[in-house]
Design a protein around this ligand. Structure first.
Ligand code: SF4
Ligand code: SF4
Length: 320
């Protein structure tokens, strides 16, 4: 069958070519070939290898099932994608584009937390934007679709020296986005210029407080958790020293998962109170922390970020 790139890669970035349901994919093709070459072998297997291959019939049945699959891809009306109400499919068509990567609004908020393909869509289309759909297909056509789908989950792990550049990138983009109306832009620029070196020096082999948040191996955020730095804190206290997300990954539930990670770490250390400091003018973050169950505890400090800014402390009592 003659297939176009668009038949092999869906608008969300799913690689139809490796999907078990695809009528022009590799699984259907290879299942058909195996059935052809294994035709008639069941009897021989029963005779000679009954003990080693007790499930040969169900194996043939599975191959037959995959060989019969008939989804033409979601660009066709009779597609069989499980994501029936998928906005990506309709929206790319309305925009007259093949992939969200080509859209000036990407990554948009139309694809939200309710879409089970959210992080997959974002990671895949970011890659398509960076290298083009043809190369994206080449990179992924030999990988299990299911494994890639599972990889859409975020991972949080201790940062290593090799992560310094990615962490600096997240930190810089996050400051530009979150603080643009709060901290003077000259100060942000000046600080951003130092970030790559700062992270290179900071993340060493003994790091045990800086974590990176990754989606499909891309660093999309960082979270720093450690003992509280406050002079009124006793040994019940733990602190989220920093949490930054790349702006492309805002409002996708990643911040909430990162906070859950911090609570979990605190609990395992026997801590019952977790605190953080936030700029009083950073109302978006304050709203997010309130949603997570934090409240302001009245403690404040003034820091200079190119101008004096008040920081407030927020606190959450952990259920152990
Ligand atoms: S319907 Fe949506 S989720 Fe399914 S393959 Fe198409 S774009 Fe991807
Ligand atoms: S608006 Fe969103 S869903 Fe629609 S094409 Fe652009 S990025 Fe894709």
């Amino acid at each position: 069958m003659n297939t176009k790139l668009q038949d092999n890669v869906a608008p969300c970035g799913l690689v139809c070519y490796t999907c078990t349901g695809c009528n022009h994919g590799i699984i259907k093709e290879l299942s058909g070939q195996l059935l052809q070459y294994l035709d008639g072998y069941e009897g021989l297997v029963a005779l000679n290898w009954a003990e080693s291959l007790p499930s040969v019939e169900s194996c043939m049945k599975t191959l037959g099932f995959w060989e019969s699959q008939n989804c033409p891809g979601c660009r066709e009306a009779n597609h069989q994608c499980q994501n029936k109400d998928c906005v990506i499919r309709y929206c790319t068509r309305e925009h007259g584009i093949d992939y969200c990567a080509e859209c000036s609004d990407f990554p948009c908020s139309k694809v939200d937390e309710n879409n089970e393909f959210l992080l997959y869509w974002q990671a895949a289309n970011t890659r398509i934007r960076d290298v083009g759909a043809a190369r994206f297909f080449e990179e992924n056509k030999s990988i299990s679709q299911y494994i890639r789908y599972k990889q859409q989950n975020i991972d949080i792990r201790l940062a290593t020296p090799a992560d310094a550049e990615g962490m600096a990138e997240v930190h810089m983009r996050s400051w530009e986005s979150a603080y643009k109306d709060i901290i003077p832009s000259d100060f942000i620029r000046e600080k951003n210029a130092t970030r790559p070196e700062q992270f290179r020096n900071m993340i060493n082999v003994e790091n045990n407080s800086h974590y990176v948040i990754t989606v499909a191996d891309r660093i999309v955020g960082l979270v720093v958790v450690d003992s509280s730095r406050d002079d009124d804190a006793d040994d019940r206290f733990y602190e989220v020293h920093a949490i930054y997300l790349h702006p492309d990954y805002y409002r996708k539930g990643i911040g909430t998962q990162a906070m859950e990670f911090a609570y979990d770490k605190a609990r395992r250390l026997g801590k019952s109170i977790i605190t953080l400091w936030v700029l009083a003018e950073n109302t978006n973050s304050i709203r997010f922390y309130e949603k997570c169950g934090f409240f302001t505890d009245g403690k404040t400090q003034t820091l200079n970020y190119g101008k004096d800014l008040v920081c407030i402390r927020m606190r959450k009592d952990l259920v152990i």
